[in-house]
Design a protein around this ligand. Structure first.
Ligand SMILES: Cc1ncc(COP(=O)(O)O)c(C=O)c1O
Length: 394
């Protein structure tokens, strides 16, 4: 493997971009989203029953999800953004400062703003791309009340460090596990940690239902509040509303697809892990391309397999590199093109740009990773990365 990489480096084949033969004649799919006959039958079962609203299938998904993640309570909801809102609202007060990494999807931070709180940006670590807890600590003020930590790409953050920081400064912890279904830390499910953990079941997630979300918690009181908030603050008495709330409920059609997909999630996660290990091994020797580094103690679920072009290592930029991979039949995606402090939406909440997050945004790109990829496809994708890197190395 290392040998073929070295050959590419020494003698790059003509890139498909320049008229050479592509590695794949037919592009390899970036993701695998199709419903199986079982998924469709599960959805049809609900349609046939006429019980289209939140009902027994939501309850089943909640039960299975709490067991799978090690949490006491689980609550379905409409999507991962609502899940964050439902977790933030009871845990935060307007005006609170909340530590959040500049390297995450927008929703983790935008819902802090939606709660009337102030996001305080921490940098990410240069190897795992997860929140840099030491940097976060430097930004704590008397107004800092919580930390919102995302397990970006399906890679758990350094949970020991987050918990130690929270304990020292009396902070609430919300983990955004939208990309990290079934990930573990030191052998424990992610639901065992923090005040609340939120998930997304958006179509492309490891467990995708189209739209959908979940919040887990081990706190009985918080669980009660989340349930109330999800459905207009309604008490056990119909149309008696104890508090202001939302309609953030899931429906049973969605939940039935979720339950059906959960049957395969464990085995599909294992396959993602095999693929990530295979990519790591085959791409490790490709100079100028950084492979992902795992947080010690974490077992990621590889929602994304993200490489990074090291600064100055290539004679082209990341976008040209990805265009060359595309010509080889390897689609890529960029997670993310900007750090959050560079997003126009957060103008007014930014005093400085955490440098690591800003710098990695220029170099990262994600390769296809999903259960339908064969070993042969994985090897050829790795070869394509080596081929393009060989051609463009500075
Ligand atoms: C880290 C993270 N948080 C939150 C969300 C929001 O989830 P949803 O799209 O289901 O609202 C996503 C979705 O992409 C995400 O990746």
């Amino acid at each position: 493997m290392a040998q073929s990489t070295a050959q590419h480096a020494a003698r790059p084949q003509a890139l498909a971009l320049n008229g050479g033969d592509p590695v794949f004649k037919t592009p390899v799919p970036f993701m695998s989203l199709a419903l199986t006959p079982e998924d469709k039958a599960a959805a049809m079962g609900v349609l046939d029953s006429g019980m289209l609203r939140q009902g027994p299938k939501c309850a089943e998904l909640e039960k299975r999800f709490s067991m799978a993640t090690g949490a006491k309570h689980a609550h379905t909801c409409a999507n991962g953004t609502c899940a964050l809102q439902l977790a933030y609202e009871p845990l935060l007060q307007p005006g609170d400062e909340v530590l959040v990494c500049a390297w995450t999807y927008i929703a983790t931070a935008s819902m802090i703003v939606a709660r009337g709180c102030k996001p305080v940006w921490a940098d990410c670590l240069p190897d795992t791309y997860q929140i840099d807890v030491a940097d976060a600590e430097k930004r704590i003020t008397p107004k800092t009340m919580a930390i919102a930590a995302t397990h970006v790409y399906g890679m758990p953050v350094d949970i020991d460090a987050v918990e130690a920081l929270a304990k020292k400064h009396n902070l609430k912890i919300i983990y955004d596990a939208a990309q990290a279904h079934l990930a573990t830390y030191k052998g424990k499910g992610l639901g065992e940690f923090g005040d609340a953990v939120t998930y997304s079941f958006y179509a492309t997630k490891n467990l995708g239902t189209g739209e959908g979300g979940m919040i887990t918690t081990n706190d009985d009181d918080l669980s009660f509040k989340i349930q109330r908030l999800r459905s207009h603050g309604e008490s056990d008495t119909k149309y008696l509303h104890e508090s202001i709330g939302y309609n953030y409920r899931m429906n049973d059609i969605t939940a039935a697809i979720g339950c059906s997909r959960m049957d395969r999630l464990g085995e599909q996660t294992d396959r993602r892990r095999e693929i990530a290990a295979r990519y790591n091994e085959r791409i490790a020797d490709v100079q100028g391309v950084a492979t992902p580094v795992t947080t010690p103690g974490a077992e990621p679920v590889w929602h994304l397999y993200t490489l990074r072009l090291e600064e100055g290592a290539m004679s082209c930029d990341r976008d040209a590199f990805c265009a060359a991979l595309k010509a080889e039949g390897v689609p890529t995606a960029v997670h993310y093109p900007l750090s959050l402090t560079e997003q126009p939406a957060f103008k007014g909440f930014v005093t400085d740009h955490p440098p690591v997050a800003r710098s990695i945004a220029k170099g990262v790109f994600s390769l296809p990773i999903h259960h339908d990829l064969s070993d042969e496809q994985v090897d050829k994708i790795a070869d394509a990365v080596a081929k393009v890197a060989g051609a463009y190395r500075a």
